[in-house]
Design a protein around this ligand. Structure first.
Ligand SMILES: Nc1ncnc2c1ncn2[C@@H]1O[C@H](COP(=O)(O)OP(=O)(O)OP(=O)(O)O)[C@@H](O)[C@H]1O
Length: 460
């Protein structure tokens, strides 16, 4: 149970519809965003309806609530504990423990509804965060202090890629890391918690969860609770924060469920009319200031693989790098299934990554795009009908495709292969070598699931 501020106004329930509860108060009632309690059930005031009733979303199951159940106002919004005390802990939307340990001993609690830093206070550093994952470092470098999205439909490897990124970056990250699970499976949450313990990085990490089985109100607010804790490390401790979110689409979806329950008319493709503002309220808080940077990596579920979906499109517009995962690649076993032509980053300019990296990335893309164009001809006429020049493009492209696959530590248990980290320099050297070759002694399959090209020599 979250703790409560001194009890103020009292009222009673006048309607319960799904996760929505209406309550009336005699005299001065609560305000928007205030936390109320109807019995044990926490509610947040969303709006006021005709007759003056406060319309609230439930932050838990509403079983047991009925007309006339007494409601008391907590005297303020949902507040979460902030500070060092939350490190190493697994918490819920109220900052209450779900790891079986006592509540974090923190003197300070902050409202989860906070304004983003003013524009003048924001900075960008044009610095790249190296991940050790070839396809990402080469084609969609992650901005330190920026926002990166991992886009993909169901089951193409978003969670695996995010876990691998956590594995590769959290250990070397200078500041603290915060993982926020929104609307995903609880089993994955439990696995991640255990993995972080095994990797010995739990003590500089906080994990917050509002998983699929949680009420829509909880899934809608857990991201804000996580941001509030992250902001403390950035603003009060001037630390860099790595914020990992799985899955930001579920935040939009929870907003849509809340909107539906509130009786608002849906907008495009059934989404809430407030989608853009709701998303901006959260994304704008993920900002880097002179105090410290918040680098965020967000998994984005793309419904029905449709990248024009309004939620996916709006999320895309907030990001500085987008890693797009393709179903076609996943079906060919080319993991991580990064789409080399669809993935982008604002970091990929000569000014930031340097001319050589930029040129190699462009050449890789061009080769793969030319191969795409040739695929139809190959399918109809066979590869023999191609000119020697085109055959060389195909040979290079197919080796590049395979070279950009990589064994991951996260799935080592099921693939039987240990994960491999590859430095950016090795990735660039490898791609350059392949791009400069016209004849290859080795079959394509030798390039599959290796680390750097040095592994190839080792296999000779
Ligand atoms: N890098 C990888 N190497 C090997 N297998 C992988 C890799 N990435 C994903 N897979 C396979 O694909 C499966 C689905 O991956 P994952 O759970 O990450 O997908 P997802 O996009 O998060 O799915 P959902 O939308 O259902 O949450 C994994 O269980 C694994 O079998």
């Amino acid at each position: 149970m979250p703790d409560t501020a001194p009890t103020q106004a009292t009222g009673h329930v006048v309607a319960v519809r799904g996760g929505i509860v209406d309550a009336v108060f005699a005299g001065h009632g609560p305000e928007i965003d205030d936390l109320l309690y109807a019995g044990d059930v926490a509610l947040q005031v969303m709006t006021f309806v005709e007759g003056g009733a406060a319309r609230c979303i439930a932050l838990g199951g509403v079983q047991g609530l009925g007309l006339g159940t007494p409601v008391r106002a907590s005297g303020g919004p949902v507040r979460v504990p902030v500070g060092e005390a939350v490190l190493g802990r697994m918490l819920d939307v109220f900052g209450a423990p779900i790891d079986g340990l006592p509540a974090p001993e923190s003197d300070a609690r902050r409202s989860i509804h906070r304004a983003p830093p003013p524009l003048a206070a924001r900075v960008s550093r044009a610095e790249v965060l190296e991940t050790g994952i070839k396809a990402i470092d080469l084609l969609a470098p992650i901005e330190r202090g920026g926002k990166t999205g991992l886009f993909g439909g169901a089951g193409v490897g978003k969670t695996v890629l995010l876990s691998e990124l956590i594995h590769n970056t959290v250990e070397h990250h200078r500041g603290v890391s915060l993982f926020c699970g929104i609307g995903e499976r609880s089993r994955e949450a439990e696995e991640l918690w255990r993995e972080m313990g095994d990797a010995g990085v739990r003590d500089k990490m906080v994990m917050l969860f509002g998983q699929m089985n949680a009420a829509p109100g909880v899934r809608f607010l857990v991201g804000k609770a996580a941001l509030t804790m992250a902001e403390w490390f950035r603003d009060d401790r001037s630390q860099d924060v790595l914020l990992l979110i799985d899955n930001i689409f579920r935040y939009v979806q929870a907003g849509s469920e809340v909107s539906g329950l509130m009786g608002r008319m849906p907008s495009r493709v059934g989404y809430q009319p407030t989608l853009a503002t709701e998303l901006a309220t959260l994304q704008e808080r993920i900002a880097s200031t002179r105090e410290g940077a918040i680098t965020s990596i967000q998994a984005v579920y793309v419904p029905a693989d449709d990248f024009t979906d309004p939620a996916a499109a709006h999320i895309f517009s907030h990001l500085s790098a987008s890693v797009v995962l393709s179903r076609k690649r996943a079906s060919e076993g080319l993991y991580p299934a990064v789409d080399p032509l669809g993935s982008t980053s604002v970091m990929l300019t000569p000014n930031v990554v340097g001319q050589r990296h930029y040129d190699i990335a462009r050449a890789v893309r061009r080769t793969l795009a030319e191969y795409e164009d040739l695929r139809d001809i190959i399918a109809m006429l066979g590869i023999e009908e191609l000119s020697a020049h085109d055959r060389a493009i195909v040979a290079r492209a197919r080796r590049l495709e395979r070279f950009l696959t990589q064994p991951f530590t996260t799935v080592a248990g099921s693939t039987g292969e240990g994960g491999k980290l590859v430095t950016l320099a090795e990735t660039l050297d490898g791609c350059e070598t392949i791009l400069n070759q016209t004849e290859f002694d080795r079959p394509e399959s030798d390039y599959y699931m290796i680390g750097s090209l040095v592994d190839l020599e080792g296999a000779a």
